[in-house]
Design a protein around this ligand. Structure first.
Ligand SMILES: [Zn+2]
Ligand SMILES: [Zn+2]
Length: 172
């Protein structure tokens, strides 16, 4: 939790630079850890609410879905968020459609949990299926060895189509 009081931006833009702590589970089960998160930005008055512009960056350790090994993942994403009072909800809903792609968040009290926004942003930057590398070879289905580290001792799976050749001898 890292609350900021939005009313501090009523007179002049509120500039912030925070280091929120994110729980790994905020990104899903492939996330091992998240660290060094930096959330820099500014909040300014906009219409009936506020506009937040900023950037969330940091580093995480993820599990590769193919080989199950941990790998480093860097993220850095800009965000723009419109903050509107919930009281504005019915009227603003139409405007929201006009605003198109912009992200809108409603509040009851004029305050915002920056850690929560950072966690959401982090979750958005994560790949659906994290891979340590596009070329990841995965694990051997028989012994479970990580094939990126080299071939495992399992015999090559014989392919029946070629079996006759294994017994072929040149006739003399
Ligand atoms: Zn992998
Ligand atoms: Zn194997």
């Amino acid at each position: 939790m890292l609350w900021i009081d939005l009313t501090h931006a009523d007179r002049e833009p509120l500039v912030f630079s925070e280091r929120p702590t994110l729980a790994p589970q905020s990104g899903g089960e492939e996330v091992v850890s998240v660290g060094g998160v930096e959330f820099d930005g500014r909040v300014e008055r906009a219409g009936r609410g506020y506009l937040l512009e900023g950037r969330v960056q940091g580093a995480a350790k993820l599990h590769c879905v193919r080989c199950l090994a941990e790998f480093d993942f860097q993220f850095g994403e800009r965000l723009e968020l419109h903050l509107l009072p919930s009281s504005a909800l019915p009227q603003e809903e139409e405007k929201r459609l006009e605003m198109g792609e912009l992200e809108v968040r409603y509040y009851d009290e004029p305050k915002l949990d920056l850690a929560e926004v950072a966690a959401e942003q982090f979750a958005l930057t994560l790949p659906m299926k994290p891979l340590c590398a596009e070329t990841c070879r995965g694990i051997c289905p028989q012994c479970g060895a990580n094939l990126n580290l080299g071939p495992c001792p399992c015999p090559e799976k014989s392919d029946d189509r070629w079996a006759p050749l294994l017994h072929w001898r040149p006739s003399e």
